[in-house]
Design a binder for this molecule. Sequence first.
Ligand code: TYD
Length: 204
Amino acid sequence: MFIVFEGGDGAGKSTQAALLAGALQQLGHTVLCTREPGGTPVGEKLRTLVLEHGQGEIDARCETLIFAAARAAHATQVIRPALARGELVISDRYVDSSVAYQGGGRALGERRVRDLNEWATNGLWPDLTVLLDVAPADGRDRRTAAAAAEDRLESEPDDFHRNIRRVFLDLAAAAPEQYLVLGARAPIDELATRIQARVRALLP
Ligand code: TYD
């Protein structure tokens, strides 16, 4: 089974991904936890290139292709082999991030970005996507509280992040059986319980 966490910056995806991985391991499953952009040597290099400030100009199409290139390596080298070994794969971000950030945020078109990524991943789609829905202002507050430096995408204005939020919610609304949408403001343990319940229901 392939599970993806999605949501705006500061939604708490990494925390919930780690909690779910721990819970599934306790149930005896072998879990591979990974993230995007990254997850492979070439993907981590592309991550630095696309997220760090000061790499020179990266226009929207170039940015989209870098994320897609990192994802192609991730799908082929990491996710498919793990699924073939019968492992549970949990990824912090996947195709929907590109559809939301590049398709919506950068206004390149959601359908086009989706199609590009269908090609890049050779049609590998998650079984379940957990969308942690966060208001842009809340996300920003959380990032400030974490005192982490903002990357190229995070430092875009709130309007950009509002657009992204809308695309994520539209994607989930269009395929409700493939998504679990939760408000990121809920307490961490409550979110974790609800995510585990949904995933357990899907397990054989
Ligand atoms: P993330 O790893 O969630 O950030 P952090 O290291 O702060 O936890 O994601 C990095 C940024 O990349 C985030 O702002 C979203 C952006 N992104 C895209 O724009 N498109 C994509 O396809 C992906 C995977 C991420």
